[in-house]
Design a protein around this ligand. Structure first.
Ligand code: GLN
Length: 538
């Protein structure tokens, strides 16, 4: 069997250039040619994981099957590649240091002074090679977070330098993603920032093999030649990455530019087959030429930063394409919804999704949105906190339990219909201690959820501390809200539905994490289907 090969993706000039999308697009093309590929993200911040970060910092926290709380780029990796990632696919500086310090405490360094080089860099290198050593992958694409020149990225760049040397040039390469800004006043694309960024990379002993250049305008041969001359690359290795209509165009644009071919050539790997992108292109056609539209209100408290709900909005795109439908999101700030204005904010939508979240900010607005959907027969989808709000709303307005609440927002609520799990009661640390990762769920065969999934036994990913309180289950069911999905072992309620409503589904888990381009999530597909039906009846 052949050795695993490594591709490192670094970024220069500025952040937000879309390293994750370029890495995912390259991996997609290599996968479509028949290679076994995975992607990894190294994040230079000191948090152990993004689980404790406010979504305003870096957007959504993405959760894997094995319960890792990770960077949202892992969501792109799974959505593009259709294969699950794990804790090993996301490493932070915090995790690296924690592991080195644990080893130091155990005396594993045998009295040596523990230093950034070699101890921190060794740990980074170990994490990079871990995925390769499983034997499951021909190529590991490793994205280095941050921008070249940042102080906090230095140990990662140094580790890349060492790995390039150790593996040899046919086994490890660097792609540097940069920006070629367009100066309107001069009417010109400018290469200088890229020259500086490559220089800064070279000061760390790393010379890029390939430049991928983000640009708003096509890059001429002259500019490519200039970049090649100043940056020690061949002209063919300067790849244009022009602004795309959708992130899902990027693999096709990279194919046109030949990124996969230059990568394989440098890694001394055969081209194998032409990339099989038939299904991908089918998806793109339906996504880009929709024949119908629906409008979904997304109720959340982080709506100013759309990245906070990345997996949900991408799941809408995947599900919408199943019906060649454009899903327009109406962003509704839960804090702005109150008794006087909720109808105005929500009127004319074809579906309402109440989003996940933590804490009590905007809670009453979420409850109002649920009520509006329930009373007006508007398709409703509640995810995690959204499901909990659906339970609270039903308890308040149907069961008449005026003080129904979650103990998360009201610790002494008279009717804690959502309550802390027993196993959570003694938990003190916030990081990595929620109910996380994939859990089993059994669906009732007469439910809308069963109809969507087409099977009884499913597994979905979780990220929460609070649960449906089973003391209220009988009363809820007698009044029309049914627990149609349960965890078979712990008897925890996973899915609630109102059978008398056209489509009212609340899930304690996060279906959005498992939606991919080629496998849109069944609940999102059926939610959009219900929204289309509702829209046609209007
Ligand atoms: N805050 C709620 C809980 O911890 C819901 C979490 C979420 O929406 N992810 O149970």
């Amino acid at each position: 069997m052949q050795n695993t090969k490594y591709v490192f993706v670094t970024g220069g000039v500025t952040s937000s250039l879309g390293k994750g999308i370029i890495a995912a697009s390259l991996a997609k093309l290599l996968q479509a040619r028949g290679f076994r590929v995975t992607i990894q993200k190294l994040d230079p911040y000191i948090n152990i994981d993004p689980g404790t970060l406010n979504p305003y910092e870096h957007g959504e926290c993405y959760v894997t099957d094995d319960g890792a709380e990770t960077d949202l780029d892992l969501g792109h990796y799974e959505r593009f590649l259709g294969i699950p990632t794990s804790q090993a696919n996301n490493v932070t500086t915090g995790r690296i240091y924690q592991s080195v310090i644990d080893k130091e405490r155990k005396g594993e360094f045998l009295g040596k002074t523990v230093q950034v080089i070699p101890h921190i860099t060794d740990e980074i290198k170990e994490r990079v090679q871990l995925l390769g050593e499983t034997g499951e992958f021909d190529i590991v694409v490793t994205e280095i977070g941050g921008t070249v020149g940042d102080i906090e990225s230095l140990p990662y760049i140094e580790s890349v330098r060492q790995l390039l040397w150790e593996k040899g040039e046919e086994n490890a390469i660097v792609i540097h993603l940069t920006l070629i800004p367009y100066l309107a006043a001069a009417g010109e694309l400018k290469t200088k920032p890229t020259q500086h960024s490559v220089k800064s990379l070279m000061e760390s002993g790393v010379s890029p093999d390939i430049l991928v250049c983000r640009t708003e305008h096509h890059i001429s041969d002259d500019i490519k030649r200039k970049l090649a001359l100043f940056c020690n690359v061949n002209k063919e290795d300067v790849i244009e990455s022009i602004d795309a209509e959708t992130i899902y165009d990027v693999p096709i644009l990279m194919l046109d530019q030949g990124l996969d071919k230059v990568v394989l050539k440098k890694l001394d790997l055969p081209l194998k087959s032409n990339p099989d992108l038939i299904k991908w292109n089918d998806f793109l056609i339906k996504h880009k030429s929709p024949t119908s539209e629906v409008e979904i209100a997304l109720i959340g408290k982080y709506v100013e930063l759309h990245d906070s709900y990345k997996s949900i909005t991408e799941a809408f795109i995947h599900a919408g394409s199943s019906y060649a439908t454009k899903v327009n999101v109406r962003w509704v700030h839960s804090e702005n919804l109150d008794l006087s204005n909720y109808e105005e904010h929500l009127k004319d939508v074809d579906g309402i999704l109440v989003a996940p979240g933590f804490g009590d900010r905007g809670i009453d607005g979420k409850i109002k949105a649920v009520q509006y959907a329930r009373e007006n027969n508007i398709p409703f989808f509640g995810i995690c906190l959204g499901m909990q709000m659906a339970v609270i709303e039903f308890a308040k307005n149907v069961l008449g339990l005026k003080d129904a609440y979650s103990t998360e927002m009201k610790p002494n609520a008279e009717n804690p219909v959502i309550d802390l799990m027993q196993s959570q009661k003694d938990v003190v640390n916030k990081g990595g201690t929620m109910r996380l990762g994939a859990w089993d769920c059994q669906l009732a065969e007469d439910s809308k959820s069963f109809k969507a999934y087409g099977k009884v036994n499913i597994q979905e990913r979780h990220r929460h501390r609070y649960e449906f309180n089973n003391d209220y289950l009988a009363d809820m069911e007698a009044n029309g809200m049914i627990a149609v999905g349960k965890n078979p072992k712990a008897d925890l309620v996973e899915v609630v539905e109102i059978p008398d409503h056209p489509w009212f589904v609340g899930v304690q888990y996060h279906p959005e994490y498992k939606s991919t381009v080629l496998n849109p999530h069944p609940l999102f597909v059926h939610f959009i289907k219900a929204a289309l039906k509702y829209s046609n009846q209007k």
